[in-house]
Write a protein that binds this ligand. Structure first.
Ligand code: GDP
Ligand code: MG
Length: 406
């Protein structure tokens, strides 16, 4: 479950101004520029491993749909946010081809060298994925990883056994990368069948504790099935190991973001700038005040007034419920969940009254997805589920505010 993320572009703008005012000591300047660059791009998640280690399946699972599939075997693949589903292919001859749709549906040219997939998935605004295939001589893999360390914030290392050769490659990575990375034991279902999983985990635990945030056994095919089924299957999502990994990666993404925001605010305060008005401390549920998003509502076109009202109601209602759910605990979960469901249905009705258009369509999809997630929450009926459900509403509101249907 993803938590709401605040719009940090005003803060980035302010930081840029502070930097360009030229009053910063030179040693701070480099740091400031790097910080600005990080604020302006999504957190970059690299999914690395040998061919066939299950990288594509893992990314598809995290995207809840088959995006890569079996295509692009052995290629470097970026999956990023974009207005439409599109595949950009770079060939060895330096050609660039653009094809609409998903990589999984494409026949790639023989000499394809790298691929960039764009998707209008709102989660990709906050973090992008890069599939990083590791093959060839150890020295070449080492070189590739060292370069990748500079262009990725979080690594998911995919392997069935994290062999000695892999351990040697990872040992040479910078600590700053190790501190934000996960060891993913892929194809865990096979190991479960063979009865080998507990022993493998036990053997790897010490190295994982030292070199990663942890070891995560994942059965990606099952995880994807759970996420993409018509009736979402929370039990399977959990038991596939996908839920834990997805949540922990999400947490890292947010921690990284919050720390960048803190640093930017510190730098601006220290060097004479004023912070943008909506600048509040780190991005958490409780710091998301209704005031923060109010201007976007009032900018909405008249025909979206009913939507704006619905969104406002969503925000107010959600926050009240969140406070209630936190205070009252499990006893209140049922009514809170029912209330969330009602709110999202009324939002869905408001969207139905909007004129047709790509943005309205995207909003409908977002609300539909939200509805599905809520169904998932309802399966649990406990305090966490209630908090998740309300968080989801706040997140949904945030998404709709960022991309309001015209
Ligand atoms: N049983 C099982 N098979 C998997 C899993 N993940 C991937 N596979 C299969 O393993 C093969 C290689 O996976 P792929 O994701 O293409 O590996 P990549 O080369 O690292 O991208 C494919 O046939 C997948 O269907 C899993 O969790 N369980
Ligand atoms: Mg692959």
């Amino acid at each position: 479950m993803s938590l709401p993320q605040r719009d940090i572009s005003p803060l980035a703008g302010q930081l840029e101004q502070t930097l360009s005012a030229g009053q910063l000591p030179s040693e701070i300047c480099g740091w400031g520029s790097q910080l600005l660059q990080r604020l302006r791009q999504p957190v970059r998640v690299a999914v690395a491993g040998s061919p066939g280690s299950g990288k594509s399946a893992l990314i598809d699972m995290l995207l809840s749909r088959v995006v890569i599939g079996r295509s692009g075997n052995g290629l470097l693949i970026d999956v990023c946010h974009g207005a439409r589903e599109q595949v950009e292919i770079e060939t060895a001859a330096g050609q660039r081809l653009q094809l609409p749709g998903l990589l999984a549906q494409q026949e790639l040219p023989q000499d394809a060298r790298r691929v960039r997939q764009t998707l209008p998935d709102p989660r990709l605004r906050w973090h992008s994925f890069r599939e990083l295939p590791l093959a060839g001589p150890q020295a070449a893999q080492h070189e590739m990883l060292q370069q990748a360390a500079a262009s990725a914030d979080i690594f998911l290392w995919c392997s069935q056994d994290f062999s000695g050769a892999e351990q040697a490659l990872w040992a040479a990575m910078p600590d700053s990368t190790k501190d934000h990375s996960f060891l993913v034991l892929t194809m865990a279902d096979r190991q479960v069948m063979r009865g080998t999983l507990p022993a493998v985990i036990e053997a790897l635990q010490p190295v994982a504790a030292e070199e990663f945030l942890g070891v995560y056994p994942v059965a990606a095919i099952q995880g994807l099935t759970a996420r993409s089924a018509e009736t979402p299957q929370d039990g399977l999502w959990r038991s596939s190991g996908g839920k834990q990994l997805a949540e922990d990666v999400q947490r890292q993404v947010q921690l990284g973001r919050a720390s960048d925001v803190d640093q930017a605010e510190l730098l601006i305060r220290q060097f004479g700038g004023t912070l943008p008005p909506q600048s509040t401390p780190a991005a958490t549920v409780t710091t998301q005040g209704p005031a923060a998003s109010a201007p976007a509502v009032s900018r909405a076109a008249p025909q979206t007034a009913c939507l704006a009202a619905a969104l406002d109601q969503l925000q107010t209602g959600a926050q009240a419920m969140l406070a209630e759910a936190e205070a009252a605990g499990g006893a209140q979960a049922g009514p809170v969940l029912a209330n969330c469901m009602e709110m999202i249905r009324s939002l869905s009705q408001s969207l139905d009254t909007l004129p047709a258009g790509a943005a309205a369509e995207a909003a409908r999809t977002a609300v539909q997805d939200g509805e599905e997630m809520l169904m998932l929450c309802q399966l649990e009926q406990d305090e966490n589920a209630a908090v998740d459900a309300v968080t989801l509403l706040i997140q949904l509101k945030k998404e709709l505010m960022e991309d309001p249907p015209e």
